[in-house]
Write a protein that binds this ligand. Structure first.
Ligand SMILES: [Zn+2]
Length: 307
């Protein structure tokens, strides 16, 4: 029994085209459970998580991360996904409870829920120096098309991005999710590009392929049909959060001391910080906050001296 998601990256033997595919079903189910997302919010967040996972796997540097932020002015508000260089990711949506009527074709109205007037922001952080940031206007709010446009407009990399989340109409907990990212590398011949375009034009939706029981290897082979190819790497991917009590403490230390002291609840004497990505809560007693407030004051005196 499979209980984890997988991601693979393939390259054609002539080095002209790279294709990555992910089965992100478990990751998206985890996000749905943590955030209590409605079907359309599950689809929007799930597509962005799948896209982030694929983009993360292209970073090739341990410790690096990619953050995708979509704000299209729709009722879902901002949708955020972060992935590490191994394709593990986490994310959240501002208004997870939003529901919209299905589109005329019976599909979830992701574009309507995300909105089409706004920006897709991409931040690549390699853990050294300034993170690389880019942004483009949204094309459709359907996410895959927006990521394809991002690569073309902001990075001049011709790409094909396909993302899909299928939520069962009778039982929303049953779902399928996955994605593919195909990139034409510098030096690719016109013939290779033409062949790839032909393959892409007949490629079924990702969730159709998953529902048919196709593996991610078979999905890559399908889009790279006619090209000799090899698998570059493959790995298990998870919904993963890197929050910790230490991180919350570090965030608290950026607050003014007076604000820290005002945090505890009057009756319980506790302050709770909830991670917006995984929902884990961290409780701090009044005494612990007083100790942190003292540190804040000590730090501010230190910085006064060095100024
Ligand atoms: Zn967390």
């Amino acid at each position: 029994m499979r209980d984890m998601d997988r991601l693979i990256r393939c390259i054609t033997s002539d080095g002209a085209v790279m294709a990555a595919a992910v089965d992100s079903t478990y990751m998206v189910a985890a996000a749905q459970q943590i955030h209590g997302t409605s079907p359309v919010a599950t689809a929007a967040l799930g597509r962005l998580l799948s896209g982030a996972s694929l983009m993360g796997s292209m970073l090739k540097k341990q410790g690096a991360s990619v953050t995708l932020k979509v704000n299209g002015g729709g009722p879902l508000g901002t949708v955020t996904a972060i992935a590490d260089a191994n394709g593990n990711c986490r994310g959240f949506v501002e208004h997870p409870e939003i529901t919209l009527p299905l589109r005329a074709d019976g599909k979830l109205d992701v574009g309507g829920a995300v909105g089409r007037r706004g920006l897709l922001g991409v931040i690549r952080d390699f853990g050294e120096g300034q993170p690389y940031t880019g942004q483009v206007e949204l094309r459709s709010g359907e996410i895959a098309e927006d990521l394809t446009y991002y690569y073309a407009a902001s990075e001049q990399i011709p790409s094909i991005c396909a993302l899909g989340v299928l939520v069962d109409k009778t039982d929303a907990r049953r779902l399928l999710a996955g994605g593919m990212l195909v990139q034409v590398l510098p030096g690719a011949s016109d013939e290779a590009v033409a062949r790839l375009e032909k393959n892409a034009a007949s490629l079924p939706p990702v969730t159709t392929m998953l529902a048919q029981g196709m593996t991610i290897e078979e999905m890559c082979a399908r889009v790279l049909d006619g090209f000799p190819m090899e698998i570059l790497d493959q790995c298990a991917v998870h919904y993963a959060c890197n929050c910790s009590r230490e991180r919350v403490e570090r965030a608290f230390l950026t607050l003014p001391a007076a604000e820290l002291l005002s945090l505890p609840d009057d009756t319980t004497g506790l302050a709770e910080a909830r991670c917006q990505y995984c929902g884990r809560t961290y409780a701090f007693t009044r005494g612990e906050l007083e100790a942190l407030a003292k540190k804040v004051e000590a730090n501010s005196k230190k910085s006064e001296k060095t100024c």
